[in-house]
Design a protein. Structure first.
Length: 186
């Protein structure tokens, strides 16, 4: 999707996420409804649910885009090393092309830390996504997907607490190297 349609979609996603972060930050994930997020975002409830299959999806637009870019870029056997290289490359691209999206991820992360119900919903979605990826990538090393996603979460948490200036892709590569060392006893 390119052009005006893609820009409109992205603007709507940003409006939905902004509304969701504001409302859930003020009142909590369990209390806020999809209809309230839709109203605050200036869209109908029906449009909200076209964009978000579930309320938790209002916080996952950027994560979905990273996931889609990684999925599209994976070729050949899915090993931990190959998958982490693809993820690092995708993160580098996002850092260059979509720096505002990384700031959005940091805002969502802060809310995840503060709202256990939202964190639980996101972790449930992550677990389902891990299973989907393992199923989609038949023949994948059975540890590649869960370990790469674990490394991504750990690197993101470390990066989000960083002083300004460090690259997320660099933090991810460092986390992957530490995970390899830990796995081999080195």
């Amino acid at each position: 999707m390119t052009g005006v349609r893609a820009q409109n979609r992205r603007a709507t996603e940003c409006a939905v996420e902004d509304a969701a972060v504001a409302l859930v930050g003020a009142r909590g994930f369990d209390v806020v409804t999809g209809a309230e997020i839709a109203t605050a975002a200036g869209i109908t409830e029906r449009t909200f649910f076209r964009y978000c299959a579930a309320k938790v999806d209002a916080f996952l637009f950027v994560s979905r885009d990273v996931h889609d870019a990684v999925t599209a870029a994976v070729t050949g056997p899915v090993t931990f090393g190959a998958l982490t290289e693809v993820i690092a490359d995708v993160l580098g691209t996002f850092e260059c092309d979509r720096p505002d999206d990384l700031d959005r991820l940091v805002r969502v992360r802060a809310l995840l830390v503060a709202d256990p119900a939202l964190l639980s919903a996101v972790l449930e979605r992550d677990a389902a996504q891990t299973l989907e990826l393992q199923s989609a990538w038949q023949g994948a090393d059975r540890f590649a997907v869960p370990l790469a996603l674990l490394a991504l979460r750990a690197a993101f948490d470390e990066w989000a607490e960083r002083p300004a200036g460090e690259s997320l892709s660099v933090a991810f590569r460092r986390t992957c190297a530490a995970l390899r060392r830990a796995a081999t006893g080195g």
